[in-house]
Design a protein around this ligand. Structure first.
Ligand SMILES: Nc1ncnc2c1ncn2[C@@H]1O[C@H](COP(=O)(O)OP(=O)(O)OP(=O)(O)O)[C@@H](O)[C@H]1O
Ligand SMILES: [Mg+2]
Length: 500
């Protein structure tokens, strides 16, 4: 299957002051699984928007789809050629059912405006059958897990004649297991001659099933490589132009001091039990384990969103009743959820305003008006500290690339300077180079005395940024590793052997 399905030459796109794409050449073959890699802001989503006809490239490029030269690529034409894009937010209707979501676009744009739900349901069933899944047709989409919502989005794409399925950051909200099932679906599509283009920062898993990877850096195409030939280090180098180094976090707690938080015999029906946990000032504690291990539920209990049924919690040595978020905030505990984009940014508002929104009372000048200089200084501080790539701090957040938007949300919570900062997968969707700068920020905060609890699926992430890693399994903390004394393989094999 060497025939190109889509081939583009010299594609360029400028936004005000930003060269998003610079004479990029790009090809996808029929039935190929292809990755598009690059650091945050390197132009991946822009390229996808051009392929799907949402954004127009500048003059001087040539585009061929299925052997035909295309002079103007509109979104209608792109769809007619069988190109479907699943964006990170999936664009589903949360209040509609699975069946309605799968067939909705057809129902709305079909020739007869009369909606036949019987036919619709059949069509939805057919699409699910194509990839060998079965979801409850009448279930409301908002009740499904992220992984299942993703499958709904894929089924919706499959109700049309798809030849190229593009997924922009499909794996960010999925666990390892869910990614594996998604990849099975993609392999199945491949066997039907459907090509898939993946854009993801979690490349390890995808590289195992993909044939080729194209790498963008600062809007330029660095090259297209065979996945078999490219090691993780080489890929990282192609993306960043440098080799990333990791500095482990060596700080060990002084167990004679009072822990910042302590849970004794904590339990929550159906979530976790027998939890004994201390986090000392200046510690970065990693919390990992398989899906359903109870780690997020445990973290949420510290933030008042999932209060304990039994056991006690202490903050700075005193018995603490944390029954709701306000209680947690009164104890100076902050939580940055994994689903940061849905949760956390005002897209139309300036970057600066988003960065200082949680600490506005510190920005008040005389007469309680906002001190513009203070806002500017604080914003610049966070832009520098987290290396947020911005054209100007006054631009709206929506003009930032996905990963840079994530950094804005992270910064805004860190700015509240909590005593305990709980981070749920803090670097999901963030590129390799930026990950290490975010880890460096977290380490600096810990060195200044903040306690950090970091939930992560990525073993290297907890190994290199934490001083201790706790493994949860079926609601219990089953192991604690001192990161200085362990390896990635030790942790991984422990998790695998206890997964049954
Ligand atoms: N509508 C827009 N207005 C102005 N600049 C934009 C707009 N959309 C994207 N950009 C800029 O174009 C560049 C490329 O952005 P793009 O979203 O393509 O990056 P990306 O590779 O998808 O990054 P990420 O991994 O963070 O999602 C960035 O510098 C971004 O700020
Ligand atoms: Mg993007």
């Amino acid at each position: 299957m060497e025939t190109p399905f889509l081939s583009m030459q010299k594609v360029s796109k400028h936004y005000a002051g930003v060269r998003a794409l610079d004479e990029v050449d790009f090809t996808i073959r029929e039935g190929e699984i292809h990755c598009l890699a690059g650091t945050n802001g390197s132009g991946k989503s822009t390229l996808v928007k051009i392929i799907s006809g949402v954004v127009q490239p500048e003059k001087g490029c040539s585009i061929t789809i299925a052997g035909k030269e295309v002079s103007h690529l509109s979104s209608r034409f792109s769809k007619q050629q069988g190109i479907e894009v699943i964006y990170q937010d999936l664009s589903l209707f949360p209040n509609l059912s699975v069946a309605e979501n799968i067939v909705i676009s057809e129902q709305v744009s079909g020739p007869s405006r009369i909606v036949s739900w019987k036919k619709g349901r059949e069509k939805a069933l057919q699409a699910m059958k194509m990839i060998g899944i079965s979801l409850p047709l009448d279930c409301t989409v908002s009740e499904l897990s992220m992984a299942d919502q993703q499958l709904v989005a894929i089924c919706r794409a499959l109700t049309r004649e798809v030849r190229l399925l593009i997924m922009d950051e499909p794996t960010t909200a999925l666990t390892r297991k869910e990614i594996e099932s998604l990849l099975k679906v993609v392999l199945d599509l491949k066997s039907k001659g459907i090509a898939t283009l993946f854009i993801s920062h979690k490349l390890n898993e995808i590289m195992e099933v993909a044939q080729r990877v194209s790498v963008l850096r600062d809007g330029k195409m660095i090259g297209c490589f065979s996945c078999k030939e490219l090691s993780a280090t080489k890929l990282e180098f192609a993306m960043t132009g440098a080799n990333t180094t990791y500095d482990p976090y060596h700080v060990q707690p002084d167990s004679s001091q009072t822990p910042l938080v302590e849970i004794r015999q904590g339990a929550k029906e159906g979530n976790f039990k027998d939890i004994n946990l201390c986090i000392y000032p200046g510690e970065i504690v990693g919390l990992t384990g398989l899906l359903g291990s109870g780690r997020t539920e445990l973290a949420l209990s510290l933030f008042g969103l999932n209060p304990l049924d039994a056991g006690q919690m202490y903050v700075e040595g005193k018995l603490a009743k944390i029954r709701n978020v306000q209680d947690a905030m009164d104890y100076s505990i902050a939580y940055v959820p994994e689903n940061r984009l849905a949760d956390g940014v005002a897209l139309d508002q300036p970057i600066s305003k988003n960065l200082v929104i949680t600490v506005l009372d510190e920005m008040l000048g005389k007469l309680s008006t906002l001190d513009a200089k203070a806002v500017q200084n604080a914003s610049q501080h966070w832009i520098d500290a987290l290396g947020i790539k911005v054209p100007s701090m006054h631009s709206p957040v929506k003009t930032l690339s996905g990963g840079n938007q994530q950094r804005v949300v992270l910064a805004k919570w860190i700015a509240t300077r909590p005593k305990l900062l709980i981070l749920d997968n803090p670097t999901v969707g963030i590129d390799i180079a930026a990950k290490s700068s975010i880890h460096a920020v977290i380490k600096r905060l810990a060195e200044e005395g903040m306690s950090i609890l970091m939930i992560s699926d990525e073993i290297p992430e907890v190994l290199y940024s934490c001083n201790r890693v706790l493994i949860m399994n079926r609601g219990r903390i089953v192991k604690s590793f001192i990161t200085d004394e362990t390896t990635e393989d030790d942790i991984q094999s422990f998790i695998v052997t206890h997964a049954v």
